[in-house]
Design a protein around this ligand. Structure first.
Ligand code: SF4
Ligand code: SF4
Length: 676
């Protein structure tokens, strides 16, 4: 009888789960091709080992990370108990090689059963403390399906409790294969031993069947809920962008007008435009809210939450299934994602800072899908915030977002007391680096002061460098992040032609956005250069004693990590090292720093867009800097410098920041130590 009941439970659940999994496979694979997802096998295997088995990203949040890791590792061990449970349907003394013999396995099974129960207790406390009903938008679970999470906690509890109960009864009946090492089972056995043999027989069978029923019910529930990630997360991670979905945008579509047809679609405008990997991303979201918790847009009251964006797209994907797969599917939905599924204010609020990508434990690639949707709006619908028009026109006509023109690009050199070679044809052999100044560095009054400092420091350090002057043009980054891929590629190809004709090999750039474009994005258009950021060069010059900071700069300095230097390009150490080399400088970190650094609000072309909803991102970051008590805010990006300087000036005008507070690039602070 026990066998019959067990088999019926198994078959019914397997049919439901199997049908659902087939449906999910069909829906996810209905997406467009996603090339490049199987290269770098070593990196993918390592990702699987470190992120899935090692739970690396989850462990970044210590308490929930440990609880999740213990539950995950526990379930790997408890896979043996599932085999034991099904085996016990056939024979109470079921055993196969490795399973059902040695005490070490019994111990591990019990040990992890207890750890899982403790972890569930931790999850319960965390969920109650972080309940969206109490903390509203401050809860990372705001907008998540919290009901399903409670069902899963209950389900896992039942798996462990029923397991311990039938094992305890087995121990009392004398056919439990593990000795006292299975301590928890024996402890429970001692509690129910007094019930007698008959009762223990009933308990064994009842809880064995219950255990199988809960496991199989859990299996079915998982395939219908956000806990699908149990199956999809390992796949999503192994097919994810390696090493991470930051730096370059993933795709560079062919924009050559001569090779385009009227049917070409740029970006993502309807759900069927997503790739299968983007569909897999949607199906994998655990609704954990780690991305939402870090998002500068969400944290300043904007409607954009990367989690809610992913959930909205996922819900729409599932709703659209009849149009995408199965009999009668037209393969098209005709439903515009923006604004029907994703509000325009959500789409344009993103600064492409990458905090979501960095935080996501299952490697969802938020920025690519956001920029894909922007591309569609800009290139297919010609719809984008009107204020961006001026910036785009300026880049196209004048080669810089402010429209000041190429002729002004040498103005910053006028106050230098040495000549900066301007490369007019091929770069001379005795000039090692091209200094890519960038639009802000050349044309913005505040940023150009940093440029002058960098030039003087390079000169003092004996670095031979030249500049392109009027031949330099915007890298195209602001246009690209806004979605205007066409303008980006025009700019990029023009610059690549200039750089290649000048036979440039090595580039120093002061703007992390320029570093990112030239180093990571130009290669796909034929531009291959060795690019380093000025903070890296300065750190090297200091370590080689070519620059020796000596005069004290007595200040407490807090360093703001530019997103495109830190998260996108993993440069965290060198700017800090430059600051720490300056005598008198005391550094303090903001609460959000390094990979958790908070955006200044300028990335993703947000620098040129109105910010009318919620608190301004630069003001939030400025307030975070003020909280440290520092008297200098330092950074290593002209955009960040401008945004934070605006923020500090606003607070100074309000009287909430000291008039002495300064915002300076690390190069400027270093130069003070060399010149004072
Ligand atoms: S990239 Fe930054 S601003 Fe955009 S959704 Fe992610 S965390 Fe939010
Ligand atoms: S996108 Fe990633 S970080 Fe955000 S809620 Fe989903 S799983 Fe969590």
């Amino acid at each position: 009888m026990r066998l019959l009941i067990g088999v019926v439970i198994f078959v019914v659940a397997a049919v439901f789960a199997g049908r659902r999994l087939l449906f999910l496979y069909g829906l996810i694979s209905s997406g467009k091709p996603a090339p490049g997802r199987t290269d770098n096998v070593g990196g993918r295997v390592w990702a699987e080992l470190s992120e899935v088995i090692g739970q690396r990203k989850l462990l970044k949040k210590t308490v929930p990370g440990i609880a999740h890791a213990l539950t995950f590792w526990g379930f790997i061990i408890l896979l043996a108990t599932i085999i034991e449970a099904f085996g016990a349907l056939f024979s109470p003394t079921f055993a196969i090689p490795l399973i059902g013999h040695d005490s070490w396995l019994g111990f591990l099974e019990d040990f992890f059963s207890v750890l899982i129960l403790l972890s569930l207790g931790v999850f319960t406390i965390l969920r109650i403390r972080n309940a969206p009903s109490r903390r509203q938008r401050n809860s990372r679970f705001y907008g998540s399906h919290t009901g399903a999470a409670w069902i899963v906690l209950l389900g896992i509890t039942l798996v462990v409790v029923t397991l311990l109960m039938y094992r305890a009864a087995q121990a009392n009946l004398g056919h439990f294969p593990y000795g006292n090492a299975a301590f928890a089972s024996h402890a429970v056995a001692s509690w129910i031993r007094g019930l007698g043999t008959t009762s223990n027989k009933v308990i064994e069978v009842a809880f064995l069947e219950l255990n199988i029923a809960v496991i199989m019910g859990f299996l079915v529930f998982v395939t219908y809920s956000k806990h699908l990630h149990i199956f999809t997360a390992p796949l999503n991670i192994i097919f994810s962008r390696r090493p991470k979905a930051l730096g370059a945008l993933w795709t560079t579509p062919n924009m050559d007008p001569e090779q385009l047809s009227e049917d070409d679609v740029f970006g993502v405008g309807q759900i069927e435009h997503l790739t299968w990997k983007q569909n897999l991303d949607l199906a994998t979201c655990t609704e954990c809210g780690r991305c939402q918790e870090q998002c500068p847009a969400w944290n300043t009251g904007k409607p954009l939450s990367p989690k809610l964006l992913v959930m909205s797209l996922r819900d729409h994907l599932f709703k659209s299934a009849p149009s995408l797969i199965g009999p009668g599917a037209t393969k098209t939905t005709e439903v515009p994602l923006v604004p029907t599924v994703i509000d325009g204010d959500v789409l344009w609020s993103c600064t492409t800072c990458g905090a979501c990508v960095e935080a996501c434990p299952v490697d969802i690639e938020h920025i690519d899908v956001i920029v894909d949707m922007r591309r569609y709006k800009v290139l297919m619908d010609s719809e984008f915030p009107t204020e961006a028009n001026l910036m785009l026109r300026n880049v196209e006509n004048q080669g810089d977002p402010w429209g000041l023109g190429q002729s002004k690009r040498l103005d910053w050199t006028k106050s230098l007391d040495f000549e900066v070679p301007v490369i007019t044809s091929e770069i001379p052999e005795d000039i090692e680096y091209l200094f890519w100044v960038g639009c802000a560095g050349a044309l913005d009054e505040r940023a150009s002061k940093t440029t002058q400092s960098i030039a003087r420091l390079l000169h003092s350090g004996g670095v031979k460098f030249g500049i392109l002057g009027p031949r330099e043009s915007c890298t195209g980054d602001p246009a690209r992040r806004l979605g205007n891929e066409y303008l980006y590629q025009m700019q990029a190809m023009g610059n690549i032609e200039t750089l290649n004709s000048a036979k440039v090999k090595k580039i120093i750039a002061s703007c992390p956005h320029c570093v990112n474009s030239i180093a990571n994005e130009y290669p796909s258009l034929g531009g291959n250069y060795e690019v380093i950021h000025h903070s890296q060069v300065l750190e090297k010059l200091i370590s080689e004693k070519k620059l020796s900071p000596a005069s004290p700069v007595n200040a407490t300095v807090t360093y703001h990590d530019p997103c495109y230097l830190g998260r996108h390009n993993s440069v965290y150490e060198e700017p800090r090292s430059v600051l720490n080399s300056v005598p008198g400088v005391k550094t303090v970190e903001m609460h959000k720093h390094r990979s958790k650094g908070f955006c200044c609000g300028a990335g993703g072309s947000r620098m040129w867009l109105e910010e009318n909803i919620g608190k301004r991102v630069n003001m939030e970051r400025t307030d975070q800097a003020l909280l440290t008590g520092a008297d200098m805010v330092s950074t290593a990006c002209p955009y960040c410098l401008i945004m934070l300087d605006d923020g500090v000036k606003t607070r100074q005008a309000e009287g909430t920041a000291s008039d002495d507070m300064k915002v300076l690039d690390v190069a400027q602070i270093l130069e003070r130590s060399l010149s004072e």
